[in-house]
Design a protein around this ligand. Structure first.
Ligand SMILES: O=C(O)CCC(=O)C(=O)O
Ligand SMILES: [Fe+2]
Length: 316
């Protein structure tokens, strides 16, 4: 009897031990599973952080901006913000036109002359026009005056190439808006630099641009090189840029940068923002590479030389 009790006690002890072993194993398995899930999550976080760091590094390679003149979030209204700069000698090598040739030089930014809704109408027009073709990479342009539209590695004339279909892309009202906006820009430039607006003329090229992060295939598409508009385009005396999309939400990279002796100063694009400046070498500039999204803008420029004047774009 005692032996039986002892044996019973022994077997219940063994069962107890077995149960403990099983519980221990289950616990170990559970914690191993939890550990592997935890470490996978940690690994994922670490990888994401590494990815973010690489992305930030790559984008920062292009960003040597030392000062932000106007950020995307600011609203410059009702008066333009003006940054005077001493005029370069460039204008002395050209015929002078009193009332127009720059005597005061500098930069100005305003958010109050083009409404965001108007910028949206113009952006849609640019989207429709550029959807007809577009370059293979980098920047694409649509010049409403000459009709030049990037197509692959070249340009086509939209008026000739698309004939009557052009009416599906833009209407008389669209062109009226372009003319209106051009007039407002002319007025603000004349007021800022003390010019007679009737002695300033629209000049070519005047174009819509779309820039994205695809790789440029031709030199035309390399929009990011530092340049002086008066050298690049010849006839320009005053350049303006009307932005049609927002830096930071529609695209990243793509800030406009004035390259001064000791400083790179940026104007961040904002839909409806007009940035304008005298076109000589006092305003050497470049556009940062776009790293994500699409950036739309219109370049509208003025000359003092009537021989380089162009008329506003019209439907054929
Ligand atoms: O789109 C911009 O911000 C500048 C473009 C430019 O520099 C140019 O068209 O000459
Ligand atoms: Fe330029």
């Amino acid at each position: 009897m005692a032996l039986l009790r002892q044996r019973n006690a022994q077997s219940s002890n063994a069962a107890e031990i077995e149960k403990k072993i099983k519980r221990g194993n289950a616990l170990r398995q559970g914690s191993a599973w939890r550990w592997s899930r935890g470490s996978a999550a940690l690994l994922l976080v670490a990888l994401s952080l590494c990815g973010l760091a690489v992305w930030l590094y790559v984008t920062s390679l292009d960003s040597d901006v030392t000062e932000t003149l106007v950020s995307r979030a600011e609203l410059v209204s009702p008066q333009p913000r003006v940054y005077p700069v001493e005029c370069s000698d460039d204008y002395q090598n050209h015929k002078r036109y009193p009332g127009c040739t720059p005597q005061k030089c500098g930069r100005g930014v305003t958010d109050s002359i083009v409404k965001r809704e108007e910028a949206e109408v113009l952006r849609r027009l640019a989207e429709r026009g550029l959807a007809l073709a577009g370059s293979e990479g980098g920047a694409s342009i649509l010049d409403l005056h000459s009709g030049a539209l990037s197509m692959g590695k070249q340009f086509v004339n939209i008026y000739r190439y698309f004939g009557d279909k052009i009416g599906d892309v833009f209407t008389k009202e669209d062109l009226q808006l372009y003319r209106d906006v051009r007039g407002r820009i002319q007025t603000v430039i004349a007021e800022t630099f003390g010019l007679d607006p009737t002695l300033m003329y629209l000049t070519k090229p005047t174009f819509f641009s779309r820039i994205n992060s695809t790789v440029a295939k031709t030199q035309h598409d390399e929009y990011w090189h530092p340049h002086i508009d008066k050298v690049t385009y010849g006839s320009f005396d005053y350049t303006s840029l009307l932005y049609l999309s927002d830096y930071g939400s529609d695209f990243t990279g793509g800030r406009f940068v004035f390259m001064d002796q000791n400083s790179n100063r940026t104007v961040e694009p904002r839909a409806g923002r007009v940035s304008f400046f005298s076109s000589g070498s006092e305003n050497l500039h470049r556009v940062e590479k776009v790293t994500w999204g699409s950036r739309y803008a219109i370049t509208v420029s003025f000359t003092c030389d009537p021989a380089h004047a162009i008329s506003d774009p019209t439907l054929p």
